[in-house]
Write a protein that binds this ligand. Sequence first.
Ligand SMILES: *Cc1c(COP(=O)(O)O)cnc(C)c1O
Length: 233
Amino acid sequence: MSENKEPAAIEVDVAANLAAVNDAIAAAAKAAGRDGGEAGLVAVSKTQPATAIGPAIRAGQRVFGENRVQEAMGKWPDLKAAHGDVRLHLIGPLQTNKVRDSVALFDVIETVDRPKLARALAREMVKQDRRVDVFIQVNTGEEEQKAGVWPEDTDAFVDLVRDELGLNLRGLMCIPPVDEECSLHFALLRQIAKRNGLSELSMGMSADYETAIQFGATLVRVGTAIFGARRPL
Ligand SMILES: *Cc1c(COP(=O)(O)O)cnc(C)c1O
């Protein structure tokens, strides 16, 4: 790295980045022999202020992801009120004491990973008379510190979430371990979804979304490639 490089006073061009990511998604889908429409983009706006999200909405992006309920509650009610067709996904861990707020704010919860949470969500959706779509997060790398149901427990959990509780289960989501070949995890997630008759796969982030599409992702969750580096909270 050269030391006399310009300081990083970088103006991120969100609209241009978004267009580039959309192009890359379409190209990856085409290369995999899929229709472009099959892979949706969740623009991950965590740590980004409303001033960074606005340009993405104006450029036509409608689906966004946040990983913290509290942070999302601070910026999204106003944005959603102003843009009624925006859809918000929760992609971070959900504590049961935040279930009420989450059902009220989010349109999709991608991180359902334990019976207690699934039951609390089912009860809250009835209470609020509001159906929120869900994904089950699978801990494909079996990492102790990471959220998600383990692969071997997923079939039984699908039965609970979809069949017993009647939640609108759209598919499975995973976050592969950082130090492992992501494609193995994408393939595993696809296999578990297939044997459970689930059609949607939320997988792939800035570094690996093209690979994820190759392995059948129907949703990719992309943050830094659109918004630039995350900001300190
Ligand atoms: C932050 C985050 C992303 C996006 O990560 P980038 O590398 O910034 O694209 C995707 N999924 C989850 C669950 C995240 O927390």
